[in-house]
Design a protein around this ligand. Structure first.
Ligand SMILES: Cc1ncc(COP(=O)(O)O)c(C=O)c1O
Length: 390
């Protein structure tokens, strides 16, 4: 396997002139994309990485392009200083799509911003100052979201201290959860399927313990569905599959099918405790984002995409083991494939064969976060490539 894929000279070199060099980049240069395929200068690639889980409907989706054009012509932007019908419609749609009880929405722009606000809301609502998170969870790069991200302090956090007390509960350690969640806990933040960790699916009993203990102690349960949400789990949200009722739920990535946007969903009881000036953003809830959120939800429901996710995901799992891939973890289209070779080598080997997958924090796990429109033949293509790798 060739691990040193050559990076096209032009884009990489051009970026280096003025862009801060903080990303380990892949050796491809996309110039266009349609459906589940990325067009590079020299070849077409099957995209099982979905633009970092953002391209939920794939690329150049006709309904998305139509919405973008129509809304841009109609009203490109107005901030939250004015009420907009399109914003109200997006909130109605998202609240209806969300787990029961989460009927209020605050629109933001990114996953980190959604988590930052969810944490702020929990601290304010409870009047407590301690947050619990789960080992190996990822919640974003901002001060509060980074504070609850496992390993951030050692790797990149950079701030001299966290803005509140934080402690981490071991994965699936229900005993620790019972003990650690108490009357001092403002909130527990959790990814039910830990994305960056390699699509690691937390146990049902552990998730129920978190929810039960939060309810007993008055702590709030924040479920981070920035990566797992919007149909990716094969359900509207992973919380639906777990039958867990969060107090707050965060979503971003594929919410706008590529247009940057995010949201914090919450119960009406929490929303009732928030007043003018408590939260704010310039771009969050802009008309373009809101029009796209509406279209994304209509498409997920109207085209039975969650059914497709469940069926195609099951077909992949049934086809394993294949080549270096020994087993699968995760849920729906948030899949971790455990390999007998280093994940980076498997990723590079697949890229040589025209298939893009992601890696994860687990060095033995490659991550698949493809568009929800991915089909069975694409899975066959992946399996053939894996077998070819031996
Ligand atoms: C679960 C989860 N939460 C939060 C974030 C942060 O989102 P953003 O990069 O949009 O700030 C990510 C990003 O990968 C994520 O996977």
């Amino acid at each position: 396997m060739n691990t040193q894929l050559t990076v096209p000279e032009n884009a990489r070199a051009a970026e280096a002139r003025h862009l801060v060099q903080v990303y380990a980049q892949l050796g491809i240069e996309p110039v266009a994309a349609a459906g589940v395929h990325i067009q590079c200068r020299d070849r077409q690639i099957l995209d099982l990485y979905g633009g970092h889980a953002v391209a939920g409907l794939g690329y150049a989706h006709p309904a998305i392009l139509q919405t973008l054009n129509e809304q841009a012509e109609l009203l490109m932007f107005q901030s939250n200083v004015v009420a907009l019908e399109v914003r109200a419609r997006a909130a109605d749609k998202l609240a209806a799509f969300a787990p029961t009880g989460l009927d209020h929405v605050f629109f933001v722009n990114t996953g980190a911003e959604a988590n930052e606000n969810a944490l702020r809301i929990a601290l304010k609502h409870t009047g407590r100052d301690r947050i619990l998170a789960i080992e190996h969870g990822f919640h974003g790069r901002s001060a509060a979201a980074g504070a609850v991200t496992w390993g951030a302090a050692q790797k990149w956090y950079g701030f001299p201290r966290t803005p509140f007390d934080v402690a981490f509960i071991g994965r699936n350690d229900s005993t620790a959860a019972q003990e650690m969640i108490n009357g001092d806990t403002a909130a527990v933040i959790v990814e039910l399927v830990q994305g960056m960790a390699g699509a690691y699916e937390l146990g049902r009993e552990f998730a129920e313990t978190l929810a039960g203990r939060c309810a007993e102690t008055g702590a709030l349960l924040i479920v981070d569905e920035v990566q797992s949400g919007m149909g990716r789990s094969g359900h509207p949200f992973a919380a639906d599959a777990y039958q867990i009722k969060p107090d707050l739920l965060t979503v971003a990535k594929s919410l706008g099918a590529g247009f940057p946007c995010g949201a914090v969903l919450m119960t009406s009881e929490i929303a009732a405790n928030l007043g003018t000036g408590d939260l704010g953003t310039t771009f969050g809830g802009g008309p373009l984002a809101c029009a796209l959120i509406e279209t994304v939800i209509d498409e997920i429901i109207g085209s039975d995409l969650m059914e497709n996710v469940r069926a195609v995901s099951a077909a992949l799992v049934n086809a394993l083991p294949a080549g270096p891939v020994k087993s699968a973890q995760g849920m729906g289209f948030l899949i971790g494939l455990r390999c007998s070779a280093p994940a980076k080598l498997v990723r590079d080997g697949l890229l040589e064969r025209g298939i893009l997958v992601g890696t994860s924090a687990d060095p033995a796990v490659i991550r698949l976060i493809p568009p929800l429109v991915l089909d069975q033949p694409h899975i066959e293509e992946l399996i053939d490539a894996l077998i070819d790798m031996g």
